[in-house]
Design a protein. Structure first.
Length: 201
C-alpha cells in the first residue's frame, strides 16, 4: 500500500509539516561560539512512516490498522531526525525550537539523561507544527529525534544488527551492544570536553 492511500486526505498535510519542520531546523541559528560559525544541525533525515510499519505498530497496540487510527493515536506518522556534533548542541536546538511561537512541544523524552536499557540515547520531542489551510490552521504532530553523530552511529548500526538479522539476537549479544553504547557515549562526552577545552563550545 502506498502512503497516499493509507493516510488519505491527510497525506498532503503530513508532507507539508515534514517540509516545514526540516526547513525550520535548517534555519536554527549557530549553536556555538566558534570562530568558524558551524551550524547547530549537521544534517537531517525525515520520512512519512510506511503504511506497513504503521499498521504493525497499531496492531501491537491493540488498535485498528487504519490511517485514521494512526493519525488519532500515534505521533510518529511524520518523523524527523536531526544530528548535531555535540550533546550541548542537541539541547540548544531543542531549546530554540521550544521557543518558537509557531511550534508546540507536546512531550519530551530525554534518553540522553536516562538512556534506554539497551543503551539507546537520543532526545525525543513530539511537536505540533501548524499547517495553514484555506479556512483554518491544522496542527500536525511530528516526532523529532535529536542526536549527536556518535548517538546516531550506534543507533543506526544497532538497528541494522538487531532488526535485519535473520536470527534472534541472544542475550550476550545484547549485552555486547549495550557495552558498545556505553563506550561510544563515554567517547562522546570526552570529545565534548575536548571541544570545550579548545573553546569550540
Amino acid at each position: 500500500m502506498i502512503p497516499q492511500a493509507f493516510y488519505g486526505a491527510a497525506y498532503p498535510r503530513l508532507c507539508a509539516a515534514e517540509r516545514q519542520l526540516v526547513e525550520l531546523i535548517g534555519r536554527c541559528p549557530i549553536a556555538r561560539d566558534s570562530g568558524e560559525g558551524e551550524a547547530a544541525v549537521l544534517y537531517c533525515k525525515s520520512r512519512i512512516k510506511a503504511p506497513e510499519s504503521m499498521m504493525r505498530k497499531l496492531e501491537k497496540n491493540g488498535l485498528p490498522p487504519t490511517g485514521r487510527a494512526a493519525l488519532e493515536h500515534m505521533h510518529d506518522a511524520v518523523g524527523v531526525r536531526a544530528v548535531c556534533a555535540f550533546t550541548d548542541d542537541v539541547y540548544r536546538v531543542a531549546s530554540w525550537l521550544s521557543g518558537r511561537p509557531e511550534i508546540r512541544v507536546k512531550t519530551v523524552k530525554d534518553y540522553i539523561a536516562t538512556p534506554k536499557p539497551n543503551g539507546y540515547r537520543s532526545l525525543h520531542l513530539i511537536l505540533e507544527v501548524p499547517i495553514f489551510l484555506s479556512e483554518r490552521t491544522q496542527p500536525v504532530r511530528i516526532e523529532l529525534q535529536l542526536r549527536t553523530i556518535a548517538m546516531d552511529f550506534w543507533a543506526s548500526l544497532e538497528h541494522q544488527l538487531r532488526y535485519k538479522s535473520d536470527v534472534k539476537v541472544p542475550p550476550q549479544i545484547s549485552d555486547d551492544l549495550k557495552a558498545c553504547a556505553d563506550v561510544i557515549a563515554a567517547t562522546d562526552e570526552e570529545m565534548q570536553r575536548i571541544a570545550k577545552e579548545l573553546h569550540v563550545l
